[in-house]
Design a binder for this molecule. Structure first.
Ligand code: TYD
Length: 216
């Protein structure tokens, strides 16, 4: 990065499964590139070879699976590698990073629905990733009935170790996300994830307009 060049921005899409995060990650990166902004797409768990290997352990666990604490540690370990090897270097060279999930997923799934509490998850994140936060976490919300329909179409009977958990677990995840976002209005942006991909994308661009305009 040359002296005085702007650092990139870090945007994370958050929400339960089927809320449209992956689609919106791609659409936002395309829109930024069309405006001449370098944009890197990534996802969690994953994003680097080490973190992708941990992703496989988490979503397709060997043996009897992980307990709540080991699961949280694995997410934090994957994230630490992702931050150190991909996210920070990309931001430092001026690129934007658009990530499908980040630490708020651990706060909602493991901390909230999994019962470990927010303090424990934030402590792991402070150690693993020096507490790194996105510039904006965009929470996509879709009501439960629509989500059930989307997921049946997308996954059928196949789901991973976490996606396949009970409806109560996923309801608790959605409630945790909402609580986290409402308690930090500067860090989050809550968006309606219903409608077509283009309609949701327009909401995303409107929410990020000040940041995007400042980068050009
Ligand atoms: P993925 O297929 O990427 O999610 P989606 O179905 O939304 O496309 O699978 C990631 C799974 O891991 C998903 O069930 C959410 C879960 N997860 C956590 O429990 N904690 C975390 O910190 C992250 C990043 C994901």
């Amino acid at each position: 990065m040359s002296a005085g060049a702007a650092k990139g921005r870090f945007i994370a899409f958050e929400g339960g499964e089927g809320t449209g995060k992956s689609t919106q990650t791609q659409l936002l990166a395309d829109a930024l590139r069309a405006r001449g902004i370098e944009a890197e797409i990534s996802r969690e768990p994953g994003g680097t070879p080490g973190a992708e290997a941990i992703r496989n352990l988490l979503l397709h666990p060997p043996g009897d699976g992980w307990n709540a604490r080991s699961e949280a540690l694995l997410f934090a370990a994957a994230r630490a590698d992702h931050v150190a090897r991909l996210i920070r270097p990309s931001l430092d060279r001026g690129a934007w990073v658009i990530c499908d999930r980040f630490v708020d997923s651990s706060r909602a799934y493991q901390g909230g629905a999994g019962g470990l509490g927010d303090e424990a998850i934030c402590a792991l994140h402070d150690f693993g990733s020096e507490g790194m936060r996105p510039d904006c976490a965009i929470l996509l919300e879709v009501d439960e009935a629509r989500l059930r329909q989307r997921l049946a179409e997308r996954d059928g009977d196949t789901s991973d170790a976490i996606g396949g958990r009970s409806a109560d677990y996923h309801r608790a995840v959605a409630q945790s996300f909402r609580r986290l976002a409402q308690s930090d209005p500067d860090g989050f942006c809550i968006l309606d994830g219903t409608g077509t991909a283009d309609q949701v994308h327009a909401r995303v661009l409107a929410a990020l307009a000040p940041m995007v305009d400042a980068a050009r």
